[in-house]
Design a protein around this ligand. Structure first.
Ligand code: FE2
Length: 370
């Protein structure tokens, strides 16, 4: 347990999600997809029209979620090289902190590799302090300090609002953001978040928990003292066939963000809206719902509704949670979303891993990569 004194001694104790930036091949079209399919609103833009010569970025928001979609306008810069190697993917999981300089110093003292030292950027709306450190693969964390800024997002961006006529799914905020790392790298990256962020381990699963007949993975969850920011880290484990984590590592060409879990207060309405907007989800074997009440006991939701929408349920000693996973968000089978509603449970759906993996393996089989 952490005390108030420990929390104030750690400059990364009072943190929250700020934004997630995707590097993509065509940010204009990607923005349209996240707006039309997932109900985001565009709030800001940066590009040639605003004085940025080499890239275009669209800032999308929904409740407390903020995504930035960035594409390069030139053949050979950090954005275009990232997209060439990894395909569309998450570059930056940015973290809101109270004091960037002290957060950065603590991170570097913990062994973080520096990408960009603390710098101030300002415009008429005020001043932002930011700094960037490296994490697994080519992924980074930018620390953002906003206490002296009243603008829409950040200096360099102009407010430009667009909403599409589409079902609004009521997505609320990020619950957790999962990284896939290579064989034997889960523990070193778990240690990284302990040293660099002062995080502690919430829970771990080994390959006995998370395996099917064919494939397996190991996972541990690192979190801040207030449990706002949770980073599960997965590594592949040996199985008869290729682990879904290995498939990700092959297609992404290394470690990276596997999924972003997004909270909702009403998963049935959320999934109905997302399905109406054309979002595709992983399917779940019908037998899962025949066994559901026996596995999780009585819950508020009707089994038939859950079966219709293919929503998964898991229970722990605190309560239960409902979750469902989208198919990959781009052509490569890499990053995807999880939609999650918690009813007391703090878990990550351990009891669903097996049901989920059977389903993922069916998709892998179709791609010929099992
Ligand atoms: Fe998850």
């Amino acid at each position: 347990m952490s005390t108030r004194a420990e929390a104030s001694a750690n400059p990364l104790a009072q943190i929250d999600w700020d934004y997630v930036e995707f590097y993509v091949g065509n940010a204009k079209q990607a923005a349209h997809y996240y707006m039309s399919a997932f109900g985001f609103e565009q709030v800001a833009y940066a590009g040639p029209e605003t004085g940025v010569r080499d890239r275009a970025s669209y800032v999308l928001e929904q409740n407390k979620l903020r995504f930035v979609l960035t594409a390069s306008l030139v053949p050979d810069d950090t954005v275009s090289r990232h997209v060439a190697l990894h395909g569309d993917g998450v570059k930056d999981v940015a973290i809101l902190v109270e004091d960037v300089r002290s957060a950065f110093e603590a991170a570097v003292a913990g062994g973080a590799r520096v990408v960009e030292a603390p710098a101030e950027v300002s415009d008429a709306a005020g001043r932002i302090v930011k700094a960037t450190i490296a994490t697994y693969g080519d992924t980074v964390h930018t620390f953002v300090q906003r206490d002296a800024y009243r603008g829409i997002f950040m200096p360099g961006y102009v407010e430009e609002r667009k909403t599409l006529a589409t079902q609004k799914p009521g997505l609320q905020f990020i619950d957790h953001c999962v990284g896939n790392v290579g064989w034997g790298e889960m523990d070193p990256w778990g240690d990284f978040y302990a040293r660099v962020f002062g995080f502690s381990q919430l829970v771990s699963f080994d390959d006995k928990d998370i395996s099917t007949e064919y494939t397996a993975l190991r996972s541990k969850v690192m979190t801040d003292p207030r449990h706002r920011v949770k980073f599960p880290i997965n590594e592949p484990a040996p199985g008869k066939k290729k682990s879904q984590i290995e498939e990700y590592l092959d297609f992404y060409r290394g470690a990276g963000v596997q999924h972003i879990a997004i909270r909702t207060d009403d998963i049935a309405e959320t999934i109905r809206s997302l399905r109406a907007n054309g979002v595709e989800f992983l399917d779940t074997p019908d037998s899962y719902y025949d066994m559901l009440e026996g596995r999780v006991g009585r819950i508020d939701e009707a089994t038939e509704m859950l079966r219709d929408l293919r929503i998964l349920v898991d229970r722990d000693d605190q309560g239960y949670m409902l979750q469902i996973f989208t198919k990959p968000l781009q052509d490569r089978p890499t990053v995807f979303f999880e939609i999650i509603q918690r009813k007391g449970s703090l878990s990550f759906g351990k009891g669903n891993f097996k049901a989920l993996f059977v389903s993922i393996e069916r998709e892998q089989e179709k791609r010929g990569t099992l």
